[in-house]
Write a protein that binds this ligand. Structure first.
Ligand SMILES: Cc1cc2nc3c(=O)[nH]c(=O)nc-3n(C[C@H](O)[C@H](O)[C@H](O)COP(=O)(O)OP(=O)(O)OC[C@H]3O[C@@H](n4cnc5c(N)ncnc54)[C@H](O)[C@@H]3O)c2cc1C
Length: 469
């Protein structure tokens, strides 16, 4: 596609936020174009579980505020809560179906934050794809088709390299196309829908706890932050993130998320010691167990850690697959292919397993003996793991290496309730808007379904505001 020389609204990034922004700008009557850095649209939507958040009731904003630890303006959270009510209807208007999530099917994993105010009004939906597709892929197909059906031009492999500033206003962008810079003028505004910085090792090391690896889309290398800062934007939420425990393989660009589907497992660190209540962390926050410094245990967990699990857990379902990865790899349903490939190690005894993964055999034996004692007592005095999750670990045993993986780094430009990017004085940067993971609203913890809904709600707001600006 040849790039337009001038549009009303230019959207940088073609994920859920960019698609939602483009649709809203087009609906508002503006001419709009989308430029995407990588060779395909979808961003993290295609790797996602397609979960969507709903929260209402008088304490909805208190709930969101508690998760953000007060770091997000209440007006922004109010706008988000208002927009949530319309997400399922918006997707239905594009031909996409969603279904309520049955909380009982998630083995106690949901609701995510039951102790926070207003949690009784939190519900989740999941995109309901046709033909057994992964929900995140199905959701993306609907968004992408809607953008294309409305004739919005989308240019792939065209990263925004710079914003053009004229008299303090964003008047355009320099977009790279086949190696050449192309200037696109904007009459109304640029929407930054260009994701987070989790795939950039420097920015991870600068802002997030050490050492994280990235899960998900590889295009999110922090361009949003560099572009926004050059335009004078204030940044927020730079230390906030969510992720998964992850398996790293050098042949694949992103780490594989890991989840165990039966209670017969523990986590140990590189010294063979348990370091956390394995079942006590919210699913997106569990990764912090591996990055936390524990003075009581004299150090932080040494990495890589290991998930040690039994035969029942091996057969209970694929360790990778609840959510996707850009790796194009089909994890086997019973993990047998990964055992055969040597990604998962097996031992007929704790000592044999320890030797296979390079741990000190007496250290791992002592850890398993202490855990076995907790199982017999029905009480985990060391980490307080709930009694009903204490399952005995009988050989043969398996182990897979795990690293803390970041799926979304929240940090980026501060936005207001109208998706306008704010400068250091709290004033809108004229002509600049942001949505989704490009400076996410999540100030510390993230609700299940909170990433896609941030992208859709603020994408729609940003597109409409930009077109009408
Ligand atoms: C494995 C995984 C599972 C998840 N599951 C869920 C879930 O079930 N529910 C949920 O709510 N959230 C989930 N999330 C989070 C959710 O997917 C994201 O929050 C959401 O997709 C963000 O959408 P976005 O459009 O804001 O950004 P992204 O999807 O990150 O898209 C940003 C796009 O911008 C492009 N880009 C970057 N720089 C530039 C540039 N300079 N110029 C042009 N384009 C650029 C990128 O290539 C990318 O395509 C999950 C995330 C991961 C990684």
């Amino acid at each position: 596609m040849s790039l337009p020389r001038e549009v009303d609204v230019l959207v940088a990034g073609f994920g859920a936020a960019g698609a939602s922004a483009a649709l809203a700008a087009r609906e508002a009557g503006g001419s709009v174009a989308v430029v995407e850095k990588t060779s395909a649209g979808g961003g993290n939507c295609v790797h996602s579980g397609g979960f969507l958040l709903e929260v209402d009731g008088p304490r909805a904003v208190d709930h969101l505020d508690a998760l953000c630890f007060g770091k997000t303006d209440r007006a922004v959270l109010e706008a988000f809560a208002d927009g949530l009510a319309d997400v399922a209807g918006f997707l239905a208007s594009l031909g996409g179906a969603t279904a309520p999530v049955d909380l009982t099917a998630f083995g106690g994993m949901l609701p995510s934050w039951p102790h926070f105010p207003g949690a009784g009004h939190v519900r989740y939906r999941q995109f309901a794809p046709a033909d057994g597709e992964r929900p995140g892929i199905g959701l993306w197909r609907v968004l992408e088709a809607a953008v294309r059906d409305r004739g919005v031009p989308v240019a792939l492999d065209c990263p925004v390299r710079d914003l053009v500033l004229e008299r303090g206003r964003v008047a355009g962008a320099i977009v790279e196309s086949e190696g050449d810079p192309v200037r696109i003028g904007v009459r109304r505004g640029v929407v930054l829908a260009s994701g987070g910085f989790e795939a950039d090792a420097d920015l991870r090391d600068t802002y997030l706890p050490l050492p994280l690896v990235s899960v998900g889309h590889p295009g999110n290398t922090g361009d949003t932050i560099r572009l926004a800062q050059a335009a004078g934007a204030s940044l927020w939420h730079m230390s906030a993130f969510f992720g998964w425990l992850s398996f790293v393989h050098r042949d694949y660009p992103a780490a594989f998320t890991l989840d165990v589907h039966a209670p017969g497992f523990i986590y140990v660190d590189g010294d063979g010691r348990r370091f956390a209540d394995e079942t006590g962390w919210e699913v997106h926050d569990r990764v912090r167990a591996l990055t936390a410094y524990l003075p009581r245990r004299l150090n932080r967990p040494r990495l890589p850690g290991w998930i040690i699990f039994d035969e029942a857990a091996r057969q209970a379902g694929p360790l990778h697959g609840i959510v996707g990865s850009p790796n194009g790899y089909d994890w086997s349903p019973d993990n047998s292919a990964e055992v055969a490939a040597g990604w998962i190690k097996r031992g007929e005894s704790p000592a044999e397993l320890a030797a296979a993964i390079g741990l000190d055999p007496p250290a791992l034996e002592a850890t398993l003996a202490a855990y076995g004692q907790a199982v017999s007592l029905g009480r985990d005095e060391e980490f307080g793991r709930a009694a009903h999750t204490l399952a005995p670990l009988m050989p043969p045993l398996y182990a897979i290496a795990m690293w803390p993986g970041v799926a979304t780094a929240s940090g980026g430009p501060r936005r207001d309730a109208r998706a306008r990017v704010l400068d250091r004085d709290g004033q809108p940067v004229p002509g600049l808007f942001a949505a989704g993971a490009a400076g996410s609203i999540w100030g510390h913890l993230t609700e299940h379904g909170g990433g896609l809904t941030d992208a859709i709600v603020f994408g729609r707001l940003a597109g409409a505001e930009a077109a009408g600006a």
